[in-house]
Ligand binder design. Structure first.
Ligand code: MSP
Length: 655
């Protein structure tokens, strides 16, 4: 077919289900999503895979601790992971669970191929095993700790199937030589080549001491070693045994963190070679985001959660920070301070300010229509040159996975446009024919640069660039712009600007950090039901059959309150922050009614308030009481309880 698009297949690791997603996992998924968007804009048909790694001892233990069967435990966790990626706007095209039937079949098929080709044999193995990393540690002695995570190793002896990894030393070294880009960055490649040159030992690929795993057909109680199982997920996602029909195998790109490099660059290609299947084209190894210079883990209590950041600053801000702050491939420190600083400087004052300023001036001077450019001056051409060079630079750096550099180039162009506006001062020009023409040239030039940076930044900032695109009144969707055809001078003129909207409202650093931290705290220590209901829009309470005595009811102190102020909360689109006069004092109360009540219309309204609830923070904002509302319809629309017919006294108790 002549116009068939080229295919591109990329993967993130599949994440362990015995933990919860944090910013480190989000990092890989965000990068994968940005590459996916970029490739689509370059005309590729792209599939991006992520998923959950659901087998192994750790899951057995976690399920046991939770008192539920493993299958139920992993089903819940898979929902948690998948729902988060969906919520954050980074859903996979293929989400593989290692308990999926398609995956189980693929693992069993891969094993069969390896065995038929003579690369699998039965033997006994005694070794030191890290149950947290699901790996035997070669050369470790009893009592040693895991070199990766530092936790104690366990001695395990069992009958295993072995994979003849030793037979692949030469084929792997030849493969690395013939495919010099297989392992990136370069330093990682050298590390792996030395490791393989040092000799490879055969690898046990089944277990009898573990029961929660994919069974080896006809060989029960053998189950597959988690890494033989997990790596195969990349293949199961795109057809498994039927991969040729889907046309996405071999993968173009596996994105992995530095801790799992060997599995991906030594074991995985060896398994595939043994099965005589095509080997992936590239493994790109990134570093870690560290908290106080150490890896994040729940046990250390230093995990950074993605949702509170997305709620407070928007997902684009988080994406921008992750890809701009640290050179891809190296470790970097995560800090809320740096995050909010970048948000204010690069997004609010940079892109956001350029967009709103440009739009406001076009609105004022050209009735909101993009003007046709008047005669050009050298300084206008200089901006055109900056934009054209930025296109080349941003592409080149992105292609090399130098995302920080690519963004830096784009933001240099934004700064050039700011400087240009400041020196050209279109606001100081009058209404004469010549001045109007000059204003048209300046504003057209600025808007054209803005259009170009908007297209270039789209893979990293999908939501806000779509808004700028609409603001500029440009046709179609920004995601549909073909990157390869992007040139200076394509700005549609005469079109009406879209509605102005706040792109990146500036935030006060300390307050933003406190709010993010408070939200993270709420997520780690979930709220009791009553408060949760106010936060989520007065969820419908099930009718309960259980009766309570009057003394139970009397414990709830409800009073008539009058709303004094009401405002929206940045980062919490369902909540309003109210101050309510309850007779004896004025209280701050948050209510999950923002989607149904305009804040201005609530002022002066009398409402029923539960006043003796323990205070707590909702989305980082202190709430000291609860406004009573009916929950109506399947979506639980809140309707405020009130006193329309009588002039009731503020503070009167409801009994
Ligand atoms: N389940 C295996 C991968 C199997 S892939 C066939 C696994 N899971 S994991 O959940 O522990 O880690 C998944 C990825 O998240 C790894 O690439 C790891 O490097 C990455 N990260 C975990 N914490 C991280 C940071 N703090 N920073 C950046 N990435 C980190 O390993």
């Amino acid at each position: 077919m002549p116009d068939e698009k080229p295919k591109f297949y990329l993967t993130t690791p599949i994440y362990y289900t015995n933990g919860l997603p944090h910013i480190g996992h989000t990092y890989t998924t965000v990068v994968a999503d940005a590459i996916r968007r970029y490739k689509r804009m370059r005309g590729y048909e792209v599939v991006m895979t992520t998923g959950t790694d659901e087998h192994g001892v750790n899951v057995e233990r976690a399920a046991q601790k939770a008192g539920i069967p493993e299958s139920e435990y992993v089903a819940r966790m898979a929902v948690t992971w998948k729902a988060l990626w969906d919520e954050l706007g980074i859903p996979a095209d293929e989400f593989v669970r290692t308990t999926d039937l398609r995956h189980v079949r693929t693992v069993q098929w891969l094993f069969k191929l390896c065995k038929e080709n003579g690369y699998v044999y039965k033997g006994h193995y005694t070794g030191q095993y890290c149950i947290y990393d699901n790996a035997f540690v070669n050369d470790a002695k009893p009592g040693d700790s895991c070199p990766d995570c530092g936790r104690p190793l366990e001695t395990i002896t069992e009958e295993n199937y072995f994979f003849k990894l030793s037979a692949f030393q030469k084929p792997l070294l030849d493969f690395y030589k013939k495919n010099p880009n297989f392992i990136q960055p370069e330093t990682r490649k050298n590390e792996i080549i030395s490791f393989v040159e040092g000799g490879l030992k055969d690898l046990s690929i089944t277990r009898t001491t573990v029961h929660w795993g994919i069974p080896v057909p006809g060989e029960e109680p053998h189950v597959f070693y988690v890494w033989f199982d997990a790596l195969t997920a990349y293949l199961s996602a795109v057809g498994g045994p039927d991969y040729e029909n889907r046309g996405f195998w071999p993968a173009d790109l596996h994105l992995v963190g530095k801790d799992i490099i060997r599995f991906h660059t030594v074991y995985w290609p060896a398994f595939l070679m043994a099965a005589m299947l095509p080997v992936p084209k590239q493994v790109w190894v990134h570093g870690w985001f560290l908290m106080d210079s150490s890896k994040m883990s729940k046990s250390k209590g230093n995990v950074v959660l993605p949702r509170p950041i997305a709620n407070m600053l928007g997902m684009d801000a988080m994406r921008y920070f992750l890809m701009r702050e640290v050179v891809f491939g190296q470790d970097g420190n995560f800090s809320y301070d740096a995050l909010v600083t970048r948000y204010n400087s690069d997004l609010a004052n940079g892109l956001g300010n350029l967009a709103s300023r440009t739009a406001a001036m076009i609105e004022k001077n050209f009735v909101g229509k993009i003007p046709k450019p008047g005669p050009r001056l050298p300084q206008d051409d200089a901006i055109a040159r900056v934009a054209s060079e930025t296109i080349g630079e941003a592409f080149e750096q992105f292609e090399n996975f130098a995302f920080a550099r690519s963004l830096e180039a784009i933001w240099t162009a934004i700064a050039a446009a700011d400087k240009y506006l400041t020196s050209e001062q279109p606001w100081a020009l009058g209404d004469s024919e010549a001045d109007t023409q000059r204003k048209a040239a300046i504003l057209w030039t600025t808007a054209e640069l803005l259009r170009i940076v908007t297209v270039l930044a789209h893979p990293v900032l999908p939501d806000s660039t779509a808004k700028v695109w609409a603001l500029l009144g440009q046709p179609g969707r920004v995601s549909a712009v073909e990157l390869d055809g992007l040139r200076w001078g394509q700005l549609a003129t005469g079109v009406q600007l879209g509605k102005a909207q706040a792109l990146f409202p500036r935030v006060e650093k300390q307050e933003a950090i406190e709010r993010i931290e408070a939200m993270a705290n709420e997520e780690l220590n979930p709220a009791p039901a009553a408060h949760a209901a106010t936060a989520s829009g007065a969820a419908a309470a099930p009718a309960t059959a259980e009766k309570i005595g009057i003394e139970d009811f009397a414990k709830v102190e409800m009073r008539v309150g009058q709303i004094k102020t009401a405002e929206r909360i940045v980062g919490a689109d369902k909540l309003l922050k109210l101050t309510v006069d309850i007779g004896t004092e004025i209280r701050q109360v948050c209510a999950g009614i923002a989607q149904y009540y305009e804040p201005e219309k609530l002022i002066g309204r009398k409402v029923a308030v539960v006043v003796n609830l323990a205070p707590r923070k909702l989305r980082g904002v202190e709430s000291n009481g609860m406004i009573v509302a009916a929950s109506v319809g399947p979506e639980g629309r809140p309707v405020l309880a009130g006193f329309p017919d009588e002039d009731v006294e503020i503070g009167a108790r409801l009994k």
